[in-house]
Design a protein around this ligand. Sequence first.
Ligand SMILES: Cc1ncc(COP(=O)(O)O)c(C=O)c1O
Length: 377
Amino acid sequence: MSLSFLRPDLAQFAAYTPHPGSADAPLPAQVDHLDTNECPYDLPEALKEKLAWLAHHEVLANRYPGGDHLALKAAIATYVNESAQLPNAPFTSDYISVGNGSDELIRSLLIATCAAGQGSILVANPTFSMYAILARTLGIPVIEVSRDADTFEVDLSAAQQAVEQTSTLPVRVVFMVHPNSPTANALTAAELSWLQQLPQDILVVVDEAYFEFCQQTTAAEILQRPNWVVMHTFSKAFRLAAHRVGYAVAHPHLIAALEKVRLPYNLPSFSQAAAQLVLEHRHDLLTAIPLILQQRQILHAALQAQTPLRLWPSAANFIYARPPATEDSRETLDRVFRFLKGQGTLVRQTGGGFRITVGTPEENQRTVDRMQAAFQS
Ligand SMILES: Cc1ncc(COP(=O)(O)O)c(C=O)c1O
């Protein structure tokens, strides 16, 4: 049926599928979800009980959630000051906007900058796909530049040309992930200085969804640069993917613009309570990070020794790997992906390789065994 009231270009879009490829073949009963870069550990039992208590006694189901997120923003500001090691605590709640996951904030940034024919965005592929997907749903042109095939550093001369081009709408936003997904490399000094010298009429978005795994944040830049925004999420190191909480840190004027375009009650009361609770318990929860980093090293070494995969160093909680470059590497990629899936290991197939989340020791061992079997089969 043709619904002629729909925008014609919508026909080119596909709805988001959380685990692409899962629909075409049945999965075994036990599945290792290593395709979405979550923390492999659920919240500890004591925090689950606290959350249950909060749901029972503090969250009023009949009332809309608090729309100003003030308590949560204040707690986030404290955490950002702490993680950026800024003892004079410059960040306050005025510097924070909270979203239904950072996905919502990406859309808000696009609405506040490029929508209504105001500009285009620049991304460096391979990178997080949602920038381009969300931009296109808003009719915003996406300019794509590439990365070095060995180091995944951004092609900065192509990026500079893109911001100087006049053939399409001017670039208003540059999206960078630090460390990048799927390739797991942190921004280099050259990339950082290129971002720092961009003119004030271009917004620099540094998406630091994985910063807790490398302890590098560019948040302090915001204090000198009103055209800089840093995005963080509770979905990864803080184990709250189910609750959908992300936040942006930026100059209060930019935060005020984001607040204008967001939906009024964008964050459920229970999610706000959960985010506050994990921040209170951040020191305990973040003790899992050294364990995950240790597992990352074990996984990397085992994949290196036992499979023909080419692996890159990682500054995040996932590893990027590609099959050896041969004429049929595309088929190898598909075949290995299907084999792993059939065995119950879900990894992300992207950018000509696999992005593999570091899981529990048992999951990682299964990843290595199955990957090895996939290449032997
Ligand atoms: C780089 C990057 N940014 C943002 C997100 C989305 O995070 P959230 O769960 O807060 O929407 C992800 C999720 O995988 C990501 O990898």
